[in-house]
Ligand binder design. Structure first.
Ligand SMILES: Nc1ncnc2c1ncn2[C@@H]1O[C@H](COP(=O)(O)OP(=O)(O)O)[C@@H](O)[C@H]1O
Ligand SMILES: [Mg+2]
Length: 254
């Protein structure tokens, strides 16, 4: 083996070790809707068990970033790398990402009409891999336990959001992606969901939360990434954002 090859292998090995150091990482990711260039070179990392707030004004590219990470197919990933526990999500086919434990809870929640709460959960459990059993879910979501026989779409907005999160937990989950979970919810319900997210955190669930309610997201989060027109404008601790009025004015309008 030539010295050059050995060096190359060493570089490749240390790069792999570096990637696996972070539980999840996104490296210079670019994604398009057709010709529209929207996700313009985003990079960030998350350690296992962390909660990361992904913030930015309306249209900054938060939803597009979550959809790219979850490999929903749109926007289309053009280049860059997405790694979860050393697995190259960027090399997978769209929709294969869920098998690595990446679960997206979209803004519209997608509760299945005509199915009870329990049937919605049971359907999620049919997915490959082992998620949380029903008893464990009901322990964390007592409101869902009370309403287990009720049609999912007749739940209140807050309860539907809880069901959407519970459904993600019913699948084989490692990384929970929440798109505006607090939208349209009363502060008391926001606090209830916050309590649930805090309780599942020590159970090994890593979370990315996108929220217009930046203050609520930040008080829950360890770290924050702020997006601006499809690029990362800031990466740091959640506390840094809460303490920095200029940053909040410039990118979050709060
Ligand atoms: N399906 C789509 N086709 C084309 N452009 C889109 C599509 N969805 C979103 N966009 C555009 O991508 C940009 C980012 O949108 P989005 O990711 O939804 O932002 P955010 O979630 O931060 O409000 C916006 O300019 C939006 O108009
Ligand atoms: Mg959005």
């Amino acid at each position: 083996m030539s010295a050059m090859t050995m060096k190359d292998e060493f570089v490749a090995d240390s790069a792999a070790a570096d990637r696996s150091a972070a539980f999840f990482s996104v490296r210079d990711v670019h994604a398009y809707y057709g010709e529209s260039y929207i996700v313009q070179g985003i990079s960030f990392e998350i350690r296992k068990g962390e909660i990361l707030a992904l913030l930015g004004r309306n249209g900054a590219g938060k939803t597009s970033t979550l959809r790219t990470i979850a490999r929903t197919g749109t926007p289309q990933l053009k280049s860059g790398e997405i790694w979860i526990e050393g697995k190259p999500v960027h090399q997978m086919k769209p929709h294969e990402a869920s098998r690595t434990g990446i679960q997206l809870v979209p803004e519209d929640r997608r509760i299945i009409q005509g199915l009870t709460v329990e049937e919605n959960l049971a359907l999620a459990q049919v997915a490959p891999g082992h998620g949380w059993p029903l008893e464990r879910i009901y322990e964390h979501f007592p409101r869902l336990a009370e309403r287990r026989r009720q049609d999912g779409v007749t739940l209140s907005g807050g309860e539907q959001q809880m069901l959407a999160i519970a459904r993600a937990l019913a699948r084989d989950i490692k990384l929970l992606l929440l798109d505006e979970p607090y939208e349209g919810l009363a502060p008391v319900i926001v606090q209830e969901i916050e309590g649930i997210l805090n309780a599942i955190k020590p159970l090994g669930i890593t979370t990315i939360i996108v929220e217009q309610n930046a203050v609520a997201a930040l008080r829950l989060s360890d770290r924050a990434v702020i997006l601006d027109t499809g690029e990362v404008a800031f990466t740091g601790s959640a506390k840094e954002v809460l303490d920095n009025a200029d940053l909040r004015h410039e990118y979050l309008a709060i």
